[in-house]
Design a protein around this ligand. Structure first.
Ligand code: ZN
Length: 474
């Protein structure tokens, strides 16, 4: 029997506004329960006022997802009870959503995933469980941090167009990178700025869905991938053995590597949506409607980075990291060859900074431009460029200072280089003899002696060339 997997996502992305969705409380992190007011604590009679900035961000994302925009905003109450929801309802866009019938082009494969809708809503507060509060036994109780209550979110719902866990991760990475390129959200999963619920079903025909199971509680790409792998096998096993697959919500249990039942659904949830009486329907202002995203297709960008002819494994990483991509693009526009830019900026500078617990800054781009110029002028070679980077980082100096103090010096004339090489050959007659007898591997030893004598002031390529010539003359 052949099985077909259908995966859809509901992704929440925190919009990067400074204040909350319906009040002027800060969205910054802070001591628990310090960014709160009667509105986001749900006091009776407190009046919510929609945040225009949130719609500016949401409209960018909505347009980048290629859907139809609804100018009329109707907020609704979604009713349910939970300690993190003090009002007893969440204010959300129900019908119509801000955007419908869109699609996202996956970065690597270029496949189109259809998007059902994107809508704006407020976040719930954050509940802290025993493991987070550190309280155990009799003292254990649930704690709630209302700083997150009322933070603006965009919820993006996709059709079940995804067919395997790798594609699911590619979808989420593409969506995350898109939010970052647009400046709509940092979309950091570890910080809860991007959260994904997944629905999955397995069927025996490609055009037919199976019984839909929802999975929650995954907060990394790896957890999502593992949960999907597990769930696909569980459902295939059930179909093969004739077990019933229930329509239910399951949670991913990282420790056991299994999905576990949270609640079984007899009918679909009834949230008794009704229009929010405190916010009459309104039209988005033209200024908001007219916002155009400056970026829209990660697949085009993927093809561009791929054409740089760099290590294939790095292409995805660069595309999914807007800051890195923009920096490399800047370097290439400055005339630095892509391979050199990637090797110096990504491998050397970023790598060395990370070893020292530091991170990339704007000025590091200009390091690469400077070092590339020195190499083009024949003043240093790649290995000296790397030495300069290491010294600049460990001594907290600019490469220019290191180069001028240690590597520029009065330039050594070719005749002087040859003279030093000849001296070294004269001191090592037996090694030279071995070379003459055909043991070419001793070349490396002689090369090392010469490099040491020049103290890194002569590029290796020059030494290699002249040493080869001198050896022929002996
Ligand atoms: Zn507030």
């Amino acid at each position: 029997m052949e099985y077909y997997v259908h995966i859809g996502f509901e992704v929440h992305i925190r919009l990067a506004t400074k204040t909350k969705m319906f009040c002027s409380c800060s969205t910054e992190e802070g001591e628990p329960n310090t960014h709160i007011c009667p509105v986001c604590l749900g006091y009776p009679g407190a009046l919510p006022v929609p945040n225009k900035e949130a719609f500016k961000y949401a409209i960018k994302m909505a347009k980048a997802l290629n859907g139809k925009i609804n100018k009329t905003v109707i907020f609704a109450r979604k009713n349910y009870f939970y300690p993190d929801l003090p009002k007893g309802y969440q204010i959300t866009q129900h019908e119509p959503p801000l955007m419908e019938d869109g699609y996202l082009v996956l970065a690597e494969s270029g496949k189109k995933i259809r998007i059902i809708r994107l809508h704006v809503e407020e976040d719930a507060a954050k509940t802290l469980y025993d493991s987070e509060t550190g309280r155990q036994g009799e003292n254990a109780f649930l704690m709630v941090d209302y700083n997150r209550s009322g933070v603006p979110l965009a919820e993006i719902v996709s059709y079940p167009d995804i067919h395997d866990p790798d594609e699911g991760v590619e979808y989420l990475k593409t969506l995350q990178a898109l939010a970052r390129y647009l400046g709509v959200s940092e979309a950091n999963m570890e910080k809860g700025e991007m959260r994904a619920d997944v629905n999955i079903s397995v069927s025996t025909a490609p055009d037919k869905l199976g019984t839909k199971v929802e999975i929650k509680n995954m907060n990394s790409f790896k957890a999502i991938h593992d949960a999907l792998e597990y769930e696909i096998q569980r459902q295939i096993h059930a179909l093969e053995t004739g077990e019933t697959i229930y329509q239910e919500t399951r949670m991913w249990d990282e420790a056991s590597g299994k999905t576990l039942v949270m609640r079984r659904k007899e009918t679909s949830d009834d949230y008794r949506y009704f229009p929010e009486p405190d916010i009459p329907p309104f039209e988005l202002e033209q200024e908001v409607i007219d916002i155009e995203p400056e970026f829209d297709d990660l697949h085009k960008l993927y093809k561009e980075v791929n054409s740089w002819n760099i290590d294939e494994k790095k292409v995805g990483f660069i595309v999914y990291s807007p800051e890195i991509y923009k920096a490399l693009k800047y370097l290439i526009e400055k005339g630095v060859p892509p391979k050199f830019a990637v090797s110096m900026y990504l491998d050397e500078i970023k790598g060395q900074l990370e070893k020292s617990g530091l991170s990339l800054e704007d000025r590091h781009k200009d390091w690469v431009v400077y070092l590339h110029k020195l190499i083009s002028d024949g003043k240093i070679d790649n290995s000296i460029a790397k030495k300069i980077i290491r010294k600049a980082i460990s001594q907290n100096k600019e490469p220019k200072e290191i180069y001028e103090a240690e590597f520029s010096g009065p330039s050594i004339s070719e005749e002087d280089i040859r003279k030093t090489i000849r001296d070294i050959l004269a001191k090592n007659p037996d090694i030279v003899q071995k070379y003459k007898d055909g043991k070419k591997s001793v070349f490396g030893f002689l090369m090392g002696q010469c490099m040491k004598a020049f103290g890194g002031k002569v590029p290796a390529a020059t030494v290699k060339k002249l040493l080869g010539e001198e050896l022929e003359r002996v």
